[in-house]
Every structure is written in C-alpha cells, then in structure tokens.
Ligand binder design. Sequence first.
Ligand SMILES: Cc1cc2nc3c(=O)[nH]c(=O)nc-3n(C[C@H](O)[C@H](O)[C@H](O)COP(=O)(O)OP(=O)(O)OC[C@H]3O[C@@H](n4cnc5c(N)ncnc54)[C@H](O)[C@@H]3O)c2cc1C
Length: 394
Amino acid sequence: MKEISIESFDNSKLAFATKTSWQLKKAYYLFKIVNNNGIARIATFSANLALKLHLPIKGIIRSTVFEHFCGGETIDDCKSTSDIMGRFKVGSILDYSVEGKDSEEAFDQVMAETLRTIENAKGNSSVPYCVFKPTGLGSARLMEKIQLKIELTEQEELLFTRLKERYNTLCNAAFKGNVRLLIDAEDSWYQDTIDELVYLLMEKYNKERAIVFNTYQMYRWQSLENIKKAHKQATERGYILGAKLVRGAYMEAERQRALDHEYKDPICIDKAATDKSYNDGLSYIIEHIEHIELFNGSHNEYSNFYLTQLMLNAGLSRDDPRVFFVQLYGMSDNITYVLADAGYNAAKYLPYGPVKYVMPYLIRRAEENTSVEGQSSRELVMLAKEMKRRKNQD
Ligand SMILES: Cc1cc2nc3c(=O)[nH]c(=O)nc-3n(C[C@H](O)[C@H](O)[C@H](O)COP(=O)(O)OP(=O)(O)OC[C@H]3O[C@@H](n4cnc5c(N)ncnc54)[C@H](O)[C@@H]3O)c2cc1C
C-alpha cells in the first residue's frame, strides 16, 4: 500500500487526471486573476452589479468561475461531474448553494430541493452525504433571538415550529434512506440554537450509526470543549455523535461583530491557534472513534496528512466508514485524488444552483483564494506544474 507523506500531495498528474489541458489552462488563468486582490475585488463587484442590472453576463460567469467551482444548476447537471469523480473513487456531496433568500416560501423550496438530493443519494455509494445550510431553512434573526433567550411573539413561535419541522423532515428522510446528512455552520450568534436542535435530532436518528452531523468551526476557541461536551452527552444518551470539522469561513465578520458589540472575540487568537485547535479536534475524535463519526472538511495539507497518521496509529483501516476526507469542488484536487487513490474515503462538496443565487458562494471562494489567504498560490503552483509536465510529454 502506498505510504502517505506530505510530499504525496505534490502529485499533479493524479490531482488533475480528470481535467483536459484546456480546463487546466482556464483554471490557471482563473486563479491568476483571483490571486490578484485588486482585480478579484473589481471583478466580483462588477459581476454582482451586472447581475443586479440584468446585464447579460451569466454566460461569462457560467463558463469561468461557475464551471470551475460548481457542478451545474440542477441535480441532473451534476451527474456527469459526479460520474467522472466516481471513476476515481471520489464521492460527490451535492450542495444546493442558493444563499440570501429569506422567506418562508424560500425555506420550503430549499427543503424540497434538499429532499431531492436525499432521494438522489439513496443507495448511491458515490454520494456519501447530503447537506444543507441553516439559513437555507430558517431566519438567522429568529435563531439569534432564541439564542439570546428573548421571548418570542406568537408569530415567531409558529415560525420556529416550522423551522424545526423542516429539520425533522430532512433528518427523517435521511434516516429512512440511510443517507448521512450534514448541517453546515455559519455565524456563532445563532449556532447555539442550531446545536440544541441538532443534538435532539441525533438522539432520535443516530442510535445505530451517525445519520445527522453537526459542524464544528475550529477557529472558535470554544469548539474543542463543545465537541467534548457533545461527546459526553451522546454517550450518556446512547447515540453516535456525527462531527463535521472545518476551520471556519466567516472569521472577519465574527471578529468585526465582537468588536462592534463589545464581547470577547470568539475566534482563536491567530492562525497557529486555529491549526492547533483543528488538529486537537481530529486527535480527540480518533481517540473516541467508537462513539463519533468524523467528516474532515479541510484543504490544509498538514491536517489531512495528520489525520492519516492518527488513523494509522489507532489501527484503523484506510477505508474505515467512520472517517471521510472532503474538499470543495475546484480546490485542492491534489489532496482529494491522492487520498482516494491511496484507499481513503475521499469526497468533494459539489455546489449547484442557479448562477445568480450561488454568487455569494462564489464570492467566498474568490476571497478565500486571494493571495492574502494563500490557497490560490498553492493551486497556481500545482496547475503550472501539471501544465509543464504535460507539455514536456508532448
Ligand atoms: C468540505 C468543506 C465543507 C465546509 N463547510 C463549512 C461550513 O459548514 N462552515 C464554515 O464556516 N466553513 C466551511 N468550510 C470552509 C472552511 O471553514 C474553511 O474556510 C476553508 O476550508 C479553509 O480552511 P482549511 O482547513 O481548508 O485550510 P487553511 O487554508 O489552512 O486555513 C484557513 C483558515 O484558517 C483560519 N484562519 C486564517 N487566518 C486566521 C487567523 N489570523 N486567526 C485565526 N484563524 C485563522 C480561517 O478559518 C481560514 O478559513 C468548508 C470547507 C470544506 C473543505
């Protein structure tokens, strides 16, 4: 069996085995633009404005950034991408990435679409999880009010009941279809409301295996403690904890809000502290794998390598069904494909939805990939390496 080391993630041939040379070139220039902060900002601002003004730029977005980071506009559109990944033993997690719609009608529509993804995943081993975002199913303001323990009006009580029903409908469908369901994490100021709700659903549906997964953003210094508490409660109440670990995508907004509202910053002091928190989270879960299932959602090469070592030391097989390594579609193929090839459970979030409504998701990807965050340079190096390798072969 192939040994995994950090250097294994330098294998550009394997990383881009599914990509044509034309796709590589396009991706290279896309990351070049994103890597330049100034140009990236102007491009995202202009794209947003043009869409709002109904200017005909959807085609350009679709054939560039959308095509790179998304599977298509519908579940059916995603099938060809999903099939290609499946051939390399990489699973697809269809993520309906419509954001920013805040009405009961929109929440019902997201629920209906998520039910379709669950239906699509049933008995389909190349679709290992389904997923939804909390703000897709209910109002952030309502969840925040509950977290603050502010008394709800009668109308709000009703809305909260409907929100809980949506969660239950999805978890119940996932349970009946034997499909794992991830609940993403967003802002800390309503996360407690989600946690409470999700733990009740785990108690209901995770008796035999983890169906429902909560997300822990390890950039919050409290998260490791939260995992430990959740683990204790799960063992006391006799269910399996489903834990999705990510570092967290909303750091600036979190810090700004803490500053504005004069409360302690919920984010770790620096990147090194977040990295430690993340890796400690992985260690804790592998130590308690009898009661916890792990979804490792990270592009960090060291964290992915570290998890392979934790599994090795704990005597777990590489394809232990309780552990998955997952990256976002369009990013870090060098991690996903190398791990899948080495026999680990690997998958990609595959976002989809109408171009206009996935813009917030695309903008987050652009921001995350600027040269400040550093990820884009890594993508550029890998793409350049593979382009050169193919050229030398010709
Ligand atoms: C499959 C998948 C699912 C995801 N789901 C979610 C989700 O539900 N909710 C969510 O919030 N995010 C989610 N993300 C995004 C994730 O939280 C990260 O933003 C992203 O993956 C970058 O972190 P990293 O571990 O890949 O790697 P790295 O590039 O090593 O880490 C970057 C991250 O480190 C942290 N960081 C950077 N600078 C500092 C600093 N100065 N101080 C403290 N911390 C710092 C931030 O979290 C930043 O995003 C998901 C990512 C993946 C791959």
